[in-house]
Design a protein around this ligand. Structure first.
Ligand code: NAP
Length: 365
């Protein structure tokens, strides 16, 4: 029997519950497709609250080292306190491992009640830059030594007139924009996609988002004879066009912040963030994760929807070349939901628990 080693981070909040349900589906699918000849050996690595309890730190070096060694992992959501406390571990993982492309496919699954009239028109892939922009984590509190030094420097040397304020820095570079665009184009070619739309706010932020647009177009010139259209749209218009004319969009490439907003908005359009998967991919390492967070609003975590995580696993299997496994799970999820079996957030009738829903998916293989 061939062993497939995969790392996983359970996650905080609903993480352990959806991870357990998802693993049942993934393990059974591998077993089903390979007739028991392949088996996943799951190795747990730690981040977030569980890491703090076990190792006294939120993101142990061992976790980063193992991800660098194994090159593939899947994670549940990790909590980030608002306003104060520690910085996002998700952002730290993406930056430290240079997982520069956040890929989120948003496609309607038949049978789900969505808030728009024609959710089946939504079939887009969002490519979000994952390491730069205001998410770079370079910011200082109002009246801190650092923000005062910076304001003083800007006022004296760069002709601005700033009073005391919290300050954040928004770096967007040619190198990091171009490598994302190249990855996006490669994906478009490999997946027979026809159009890439650059989403930006370059009318206002001319040298950051405006240059994001310019650098994407520069890379697009390399595309000449590939029959893929490239156009661009200003971010605020994108949000309304996504609602009004989703059919006009295929792949979106965006800087970090707008990509984050857009992926939740697009997910809501097809029924919620409980069903949309995600991947953070660099040149060497790939870490798959659901779009949603720890969902503290869900009173009983056993009832949380594991679809987003299961489908993130589907993306992982596709990435690993296990296309049949991916196909089996995706089809089975569609069949299960169409039959009316789902968790409460998307179920038309009584909602199943994550575990019961996973069992139904396996029954439907
Ligand atoms: P959230 O955890 O994504 O949850 C927002 C709402 O979406 C939930 O309250 C729930 O709605 C619904 N939802 C999300 N996941 C669901 C699921 N699997 N099944 C069913 N419903 C689901 O966003 P948040 O409340 O803004 O963030 C909570 C924490 O998660 C924060 O600490 C945040 O930093 C973190 N976060 C982590 C990641 C990540 O690890 N990549 C991503 C986003 C947020 P109802 O309450 O209406 O049921």
């Amino acid at each position: 029997m061939e062993k497939i080693n995969i790392l996983y981070i359970e996650g905080d909040g609903i993480g352990p519950y959806i991870m357990q349900a998802a693993m049942k589906v993934w393990n059974s699918a591998i077993d089903y497709v390979f007739n028991g000849k392949k088996k996943i050996i799951w190795k747990e690595i730690y981040a977030g609250k569980k890491a703090l309890e076990k190792f006294g730190e939120l993101l142990p070096q061992e976790t980063l080292d193992l991800l660098k060694e194994y090159k593939i992992g899947i994670k549940g959501p990790l909590e980030t306190p608002v306003g104060s406390g520690y910085r996002s571990l998700n952002v730290a993982l993406r930056q430290k491992l240079d997982l520069y492309a956040c890929i989120r496919p948003v496609k309607y699954i038949k049978g789900i009640e969505a808030p728009v009239k024609n959710p089946e028109n939504v079939d887009i892939i969002i490519f979000r830059e994952n390491t730069e922009d205001v998410y770079a984590g370079i910011e200082w509190e109002e009246d801190s030594k650092e923000s005062n030094i910076l304001i003083d420097f800007l006022n004296k040397n760069l002709g601005v007139n700033l009073n005391k304020a919290s300050i954040g820095i928004k770096p967007i570079s040619e190198y990091k924009t171009k490598r994302l665009m190249r990855k996006t184009i490669k994906y478009a070619i490999e997946n027979n996609r026809k159009k890439i739309t650059i989403v930006h706010k370059g009318n206002i932020m001319k040298y950051t988002e405006g240059n994001f647009r310019k650098w994407c177009y520069e890379v697009a010139k390399e595309l000449k004879d590939k029959n893929i259209e490239v156009d661009d749209i200003i971010a605020d218009n994108m949000f309304q066009q996504l609602l009004l004319n989703p059919k006009n969009f295929d792949i979106l490439i965006t800087p970090n912040l707008n990509g984050d907003y857009l992926s939740d908005a697009a997910a809501a359009q097809i029924g919620g963030i409980g069903i949309v998967p995600g991947a953070n991919i660099g040149d060497e390492i790939a870490l798959f994760e659901p779009t949603h967070g720890t969902a503290p609003g869900i009173k009983n975590p056993e009832m949380a929807n594991p679809t987003s995580l299961i489908l993130s696993g589907v993306m992982m299997f596709e990435y690993m070349g296990f296309k049949e496994v991916a196909y089996l799970i995706r089809n089975s999820i569609e069949k299960t939901i169409l039959e009316g079996y789902a968790t409460i957030d998307i179920a038309k009738n009584k909602g199943l628990s994550a575990k019961e829903y996973a069992e139904k998916i396996i029954e439907n293989f």
